[in-house]
Design a protein around this ligand. Structure first.
Ligand SMILES: Nc1ncnc2c1ncn2[C@@H]1O[C@H](COP(=O)(O)OP(=O)(O)OP(=O)(O)O)[C@@H](O)[C@H]1O
Ligand SMILES: [Mg+2]
Length: 198
């Protein structure tokens, strides 16, 4: 049985399929009818990536996949220690976006310049994760705060990836014992939706 594909998302299906092939679920990719589309891209089916490489691959795929990595990093029942350690970087040490973007987003969302709302605002983030990055700041009334700035375009980005992963995750939940047992994709979808609401 194959999954129904939407043409505008083909590149994304392919990127996700490549991840599954690289980390060992090539049989599932075949049964989803994706293997032909993925031929000739230079990654041997079934090749095992190292934990660091998986972490980098998830980060490259973007915020939705960083969120998957964060969740996996808390599952010792699911992954070996080396993977938990590597993936835990995704909780607070992802690639940050520029301070120029931070200024643009804060002005857009608060309606005032950073210097008007805050007496101090750290240029370097304290941490950067899936949805946003955190900057230490002091408000004009002297209160010390941590300001979480959402990544540019995060809502559209996550919404689209949720839709794409909806097809894929339903297939996985229905067709593999692992997903039935752990329901991790379902958990992740709920968690990502909840985070975006907050
Ligand atoms: N109030 C805070 N003070 C200090 N550090 C913080 C604070 N809030 C968050 N952080 C740091 O920033 C990291 C990322 O924050 P957070 O987990 O809120 O973002 P996220 O993973 O992008 O999104 P989500 O809301 O889905 O968890 C945290 O792991 C933590 O290290
Ligand atoms: Mg988090």
């Amino acid at each position: 049985m194959g999954i129904s594909l939407q043409p505008e998302y083909l590149k994304r299906y392919k990127d996700i399929g490549m991840l599954f092939i690289k980390y060992g679920n090539s049989d599932l990719v075949k049964s989803a009818g994706l293997d032909e589309a993925l031929n000739g891209d230079g990654i041997a089916p079934g090749a095992k990536g190292e934990a660091e490489e998986l972490t980098k691959d998830l980060e490259r795929l973007g915020p939705a996949f960083v969120k998957v990595g964060q969740m996996l990093s808390t599952r010792p029942d699911f992954l070996p220690a080396a993977y938990l350690e590597a993936l835990s970087r995704l909780q607070d040490n992802c690639e940050p976006f520029s301070f120029a973007e931070v200024e643009r987003i804060v002005v857009n969302e608060l309606g005032v310049r950073i210097s008007k709302a805050f007496s101090e605002f750290s240029v370097e983030p304290l941490a950067a994760a899936s949805l946003g990055q955190i900057h230490k700041a002091t408000m004009r009334n002297g209160r010390h705060v941590a300001v979480k700035v959402q990544r540019p375009g995060i809502r559209e980005n996550i919404t689209q990836d949720l839709e794409i992963l909806g097809d894929v995750s339903e297939f996985y939940d229905a067709h593999t014992e692992t997903c039935k047992k752990y329901e991790y994709i379902k958990c992740w979808k709920n968690s990502a939706r909840q985070s975006l609401k907050n």
